[in-house]
Write a protein of this length. Sequence first.
Lengths: 285, 613
Amino acid sequence: MMRIWSWLSDPGLVIGGAIAGLVLACAVCAPWLAPYHPNDQDLLYILAPPVWAPDGAAEHLLGTDSLGRDTLSRLIFGARTAMEVAVAASFGAMALGAVLAHLAGYFGGRVDWLISRLVEIWLSFPPVVLSMLLIIGLGVGTDKVILAIVLVDWTRFCRVLRSEVQVVRGQDYVSFARLVGFAHMRVIVREIFPATLPMLITLFSLQMGISVVVEAILSFVAMGVPADVPAWGQMIADARINMFDAPWGLALPILAIFVTVLSFNLFGDGLRRVLDPRHRANGHV
Amino acid sequence: MTSHSILQIESLDIALRSGDAILTGVDLAIAPGKVLGVIGESGAGKSMIGAAIADTLPPGLAISRGSIRFDGLTLTDMTARTRRDLLGRDIGFIPQEPMTALNPTLTVGQQIGRHLARIGIANRATRDKRAIELFSEVGLDRPAQLLKSYPHQLSGGMLQRVLIAMAFASNPRLVIADEPTTALDVTIQAKVVELIARMRQAHDTSVLFITHDLQLAADVCDDVAVLYAGRIVETGRAEEIIDAPRHPYSRCLSLAAPNLDGPVAPLMILPKAMPGAVERAAMRGCAFAPRCPAADEACTRTPPPRRAVSPGHVSACHYPERTSAIAPPARRNAGDLAAPGEAAVLRAQGLGKAYRQHDWLGRVREVEALRGLDFTVREREFVGIVGESGSGKSTLTKLIVGLENVTSGTLHVVGLDRTSTPRERFFDQVQLVFQDPQSALNPRRRIGSLVTQSLECRGNGLAAKARRELAAELLAKVMLPPDAADRFPDQLSGGQKQRVNIARALCSNPRLLIADEIVSGLDVSVQAQILELLRGLREQASFSLLLISHDLAVVRHVCDRVLVMCKGEIVEQGPVEQVFGAPRHPYTMQLVAAARGRPRSDDRHAREASDLS
């Protein structure tokens, strides 16, 4: 009980978590929340401004784009695309990175050498170029975007977690588990993984924000999701032609990306503060 | 006490910002050229006294009342700058850990040079000359060469000598030594203590000697102050406090330490733990009353007055006269120990371990960590291994539990050849109790799950209920309440954690238990609990124990036989009484002499023994 209370006293965690939760809720409930289908065209209203601007119309609360599609609906469905990609890609990167990190940190020696060199080689590729090359090779599609992000970002998990695993590996309780006959996999799962889990959750939250940005970049250059799937990056790309006539069409998706990434970063930092025992040391009895 | 004290601390209070007191009403005085010992267990606040004088109190702590006067000057009223000038010049310090006290990137000469420059030797050549002088004074060989070495090239004992030389360089009036020997080996400890005593005489310096070790204080100090829960409970001449204490806590501390001579008497075990700062605030009477064997109603209601029981001997107790009647409870079946069996649980013949090192040219160099060990441990026999750091004690345990491979000779563990038998055969039979319970207990497991952990990966996994029952049974064996099973390690005290550590090793009914320095990090009263627990287990002994320790008295208290190791070899082995009573190898003699301290302690133990009978 005390612990939950202390979590709630961390403003970054609460604000970040609330906004991130809201974005996730939008993504899950998009078909019920959005007033229109994101691809429906209303040719009477093209490049309509939001309702609060002069000439705004109540039919389209946040206005429409150059094809007469409702901006609010597209933002909400864009959140769905963004979250789908972010959750799947972050999870994939986490799984791949965490497995390799635990193997490298636990076994050390040659396994560690091999995995660490692999990470170093991987990291010396420019990440944006690497993901674009992957998309060109694989073709566009939501699943391809997810795969591209996983293949680029697993190294981040691997590097940070490996050193965490090494610290836990040095604890006597790990040696004890080996001495009473725990198999290697069991030691990793039962003794080491619970200790690295807080770090994993924190990294996952930060990776969510990064994935949102990468997905937006890829969609912006039309190398992300297919054209019929609404995405924030795509909305920015569409709106940039009319950016002087209809600035809202550009500003709103940028704001959506900004708020989403900020919220996940705040949430991740907050999690690090409350989950890391080194930061929790004072006042914890 | 006397009007011309070098250091006079009067009713000093140190408190946290929250107002909880760390030290309460501390009065101390050191006469010129005398050594005052401050004795206390961890958490008593003893280091805070040194920190208050040095103005290095940790953040969040401040002096809330009282004064510190040094040689007529009031330190507590001074500006930080004038006070800093005084420190290092008129007040010297000897730190606890010599290994971390010097900057590893500068040579010893540069560092002592800076210090000498600070105390007013402007000329570089004079500084070097003085440094060499000082180094020879503290018994360091080849002092000129030493000036050019870096701290990592010196051993802990040598570094502590360098630091002692620095502390006395300016002929200070006062030297504060905060646990100066705790981080050092026994034989070096004795030399360092001797050196401090000699330097004090040569420079006519007063010394404030802070320690947790009663025996050491008896050897070094003229006067002693015993600190408990932030208060001084007893002050007086060292011999009086050690031999005829008039405060129950001092007596309990003395009775809790195992001794090297006389009969192996049961140790005094204090219930509960020292109250923390917050708990103390809620106590109206004596802070020691809840643990005191002589306390009654009045003790919990009114704080005890501090009064002289004899000239120069002050005790803060309602009933100082009851002190001498305190004795540890007699053992249920004293002396009735299970006889060791005939079968060998552990047998080493010509056992050796060499590490291979490759240099950058690929040349192989062998470093022998262990050489030609021959010994046997029989069933239900408790065997101690003593030796200093680097003697190969820990390498030996690693060989026995299979964390390292044997490179020469044979090692039979529970009748099986360690090198040729698969690891699985040993899992249930050999168990290791780790030194540091903090690191050995997974903080994310509950105690119940920890103690039964070794059953987890067995094919016939126990049902949850049976597992709970087994956990309760194991906890009872180490005298922990059954409700401890639902707690996490962080919710237990250091001594309780160590008991969980032992219970866990007993889970699989091992035939051989290896305990590596399991009491070395613990306070005297907690150590007593663990040692008595081991004695108790020995009475029912169903296993053999290999106890590794640097403390001879600890080994004597628990073991039947002892192996003395030095530089990777066993130099002497035999029954404990015989080896410690009449050592034959020069190294054992040196160890025993170092552990005994001054001969004075002999008659002290003899007197104590006659008290008990």
